[in-house]
Design a protein around this ligand. Structure first.
Ligand SMILES: Cc1ncc(COP(=O)(O)O)c(C=O)c1O
Length: 436
């Protein structure tokens, strides 16, 4: 049975005729009969072309932290649009947004804006390489740092067997079209395995420009760092003169206003932010402190972008972060998220499904299996079929998480107690059906 109603099906046919596979980003294509076409969103809800309402836990893969069409952001953006959008000069909103970011994330001294997370990690890569004069980038299996060639190795979706031995992991290329020699510049490691990181640095530390980490695995079931892991990465990077980059594109302004650095109390050299900082507007940043930023001060390391720091996106960032700084949205997120985590865990236990609910209230995931994972390899042992059937049953009933078990559920401050109650009821119904 298709999840498309008649108008959605008709609109998607037109999308197929005009957009390649009907989408503007490959992962949005769920099949000719199962790709949803939305016409709008408000608060915790999105609406498809047939007017069907979904409680949204997808939230655009995480950005919409205040809810769709939030009035503060809408007003700030409307004012900015009317006042001129792109100048390619430093403009007032950009300065105000940068100041409010520094307030929210106190370890940040200075930053540069970009438009997407991919741009942010690409520029962080170049800055780290230019600053250190080294080429090697280290990343963890099951992390995603954007769609540029330098980081698309051992990403979510790879088969565990393809990743090689955990003692000598093999970087797995994500896409055709990536030049082969780039693979020689990347080292991949299992998350939460500090011993593996220590061995790599002992062998190759003098050539490592940067270590990139999603401090919580936001692209692999919201797996959290074990105590001491991030601290250990910090110490190793300091000892070997490598740049520690927290990719906070998903965790930033979400798991805490100050992101993962605040939540786990570890300070990187650079962080990349995007998603929740603009409540859905395309805005991102590379933020840092200390000597690494002098790489840009001194010149010779190119960072550029016509739309970077534009008035509309930075006005959205300022409005979003100012709202977050009131503390109200996070309190609501925590309350509602906790209720969902606890409620779903109870339902799973009552149905006898071996499982663990991972992550934090603002972004959490379900591992359906008997061994709670601490890294990507562990996450791949989940019951994929059961999860997909469960979520497709929920989507049919008007509740929308991602059907990909690796992708967390995202919460917004617009989700209410009533939404939680509906979601739990739908979760139970869909799970009962999926278990047969
Ligand atoms: C951790 C992380 N880094 C970078 C990116 C890339 O961001 P964008 O899609 O804005 O280019 C993503 C996207 O999901 C992400 O999750």
């Amino acid at each position: 049975m298709s999840i498309q109603g008649p108008k959605t099906a008709e609109l998607f046919d037109r999308a197929l005729a005009a957009l390649v596979k009907g989408v503007s980003s490959g992962w949005r294509y769920w099949g000719d009969d199962d790709t949803i076409v939305l016409t709008g969103g408000k608060g915790a809800y999105v609406y498809d072309a047939d007017g069907k309402r979904y409680i949204d836990y997808h939230l655009g893969f995480g950005p919409v932290i205040l809810g769709h069409g939030d009035e503060h952001v809408t007003e700030a953006v409307s004012r900015a649009v009317a006042n001129g959008t792109t100048f390619a000069f430093t403009q007032e909103q950009e300065v105000l947004a940068a100041e409010v970011i520094k307030q929210a994330v106190p370890w940040v001294e200075r930053l540069r804006f970009t438009n997407t997370g991919t741009e942010a990690t690409m520029h962080a890569t170049r800055l780290a390489r230019g600053f250190t004069g080294r080429d090697i980038i280290v990343k963890f299996e099951g992390t995603y740092h954007g769609a540029h060639d330098y980081v698309m190795f051992s990403t979510p979706g790879d088969a565990a067997e393809a990743l090689g031995s955990p003692f000598s992991p093999v970087p797995v290329v994500m896409s055709s079209g990536m030049p082969r020699p780039i693979g020689g510049l990347v080292r991949t490691l299992p998350f939460n395995d500090l011993g593996a990181v220590e061995r790599l640095f002992a062998r190759d530390g003098a050539n490592i420009a940067a270590l990139f980490v999603e401090p919580m695995l936001g692209n692999s079931m919201a797996i959290e760092p074990e105590p001491g892991f991030l601290e250990g990465l910090r110490d190793l990077c300091t000892a070997h003169g490598a740049v520690l980059v927290f990719d906070e594109v998903k965790t930033g302004f979400r798991i805490a206003v100050g992101g993962a650095a605040e939540a786990y109390d570890v300070t990187p050299d650079l962080a990349t932010f995007a998603k929740a900082m603009g409540n859905g507007l395309p805005v991102a940043a590379i933020a840092g402190w200390g000597p690494v930023l002098t790489g840009w001060d001194r010149g010779g390391i190119v960072q550029a972008g016509t739309y970077s720091g534009n008035a509309v996106s930075t006005a959205a960032a300022r409005a979003t972060i100012e709202r977050l700084l009131t503390g109200e949205p996070m309190a609501q997120l925590d309350r509602v998220g906790n209720a969902l985590m606890e409620g779903t865990a109870k339902i799973l236990a009552a149905k006898g499904v071996e499982s663990a609910v991972l992550g934090r209230p603002a972004m959490f995931s379900f591992y359906l299996g008997d061994e709670q994972p601490i890294d990507y390899r562990g996450a791949t042992s989940h019951n994929e079929e059961l999860y997909e059937n469960l979520v497709m049953g929920m989507i049919e009933r008007g509740v929308m998480p991602s059907p990909d078990a690796l992708e967390p559920w995202f919460l917004s401050a617009a989700h209410s107690d009533e939404d939680v109650a509906t979601t739990l009821q739908v979760f139970e119904e869909a799970l009962t059906e999926a278990l047969g």
